[in-house]
Design a protein around this ligand. Structure first.
Ligand SMILES: *Cc1c(COP(=O)(O)O)cnc(C)c1O
Length: 220
């Protein structure tokens, strides 16, 4: 057995316990290790321990780090969890296995063209501004039905919904709302939960939790 860093073992155990409490299997929740701002030296021990799914929030940063890491770990998957500019759609489609931040028609159109051009189809999550906060990314709850229709019509492989709930308040009601929206639209994927609230998210149906600081320590 390879060495498993303590923080990774701890997060895995907490995730499995939360899933079990809700009657879910541990492998129903995929752990995305959020490696934004982390150097390859910090990422490698997780890869070596068998953690193969990572999250990055910037196309440029991911393009600088991941090609070399993937030469050594070809099974690694990288998900984009940060906002995406339409002019980087080609690069994002080439680089990521999943994109969690679909939030507007112009981005849907740009991604659809990029996927056709590159003949590669990363799974897509539509980001919902679940607390209707003016400064947050994501589509308004009221705009979701139309945006989903557009994404499907454009041929994007829509896997589910993603949210970042408001800070400093209990996240559970927002997670429950995102889960309801996904159910209403027949979507299986739910990308929700971060270091401070991933157990709550796992109990409320998250299929993907995005965890950075609990694995790597506080970011600089
Ligand atoms: C940084 C980030 C995370 C991880 O946050 P932590 O609190 O460090 O776990 C999750 N999701 C998104 C969208 C992020 O930008």
């Amino acid at each position: 057995m390879s060495f498993v860093p303590a923080a990774l073992a701890d997060v895995r155990a907490r995730l499995a316990r939360a899933a079990a409490l809700a009657g879910r299997k541990a492998d129903a929740v995929e752990l995305i290790a959020v490696s934004k701002t982390q150097a390859p030296d910090a990422i490698e021990p997780l890869l070596a321990a068998g953690q193969l799914t990572f999250g990055e929030n910037r196309v440029q940063e991911a393009a600088g780090k991941w090609p070399a890491l993937r030469e050594r770990y070809p099974d690694a998957h990288v998900h984009l969890i940060g906002q995406l500019q339409s002019n980087k759609a080609d690069e994002a489609v080439a680089l990521f296995e999943a994109i969690h931040t679909i939030d507007r028609p112009s981005l849907i159109a740009a991604l659809a063209r990029a996927m056709d051009r590159l003949d590669r189809r990363p799974r897509c999550f539509v980001q919902v501004n679940i607390g209707d906060e003016p400064q947050k990314g994501g589509c308004a709850v009221a705009a979701l039905p139309d945006l989903l229709r557009e994404a499907v019509a454009a041929g994007l492989p829509v896997a589910g919904l993603m949210c970042l709930p408001p800070a400093d308040v209990e996240a559970a009601p927002y997670f429950a709302l995102l889960a309801k929206l996904a159910r209403d639209h027949g979507l299986a994927g739910l990308s929700m939960g971060m270091s401070d609230d991933f157990e709550t998210a796992a109990m409320l149906g998250a299929t993907h939790v995005r965890i950075g600081s609990a694995l790597f320590g506080t970011r600089a």
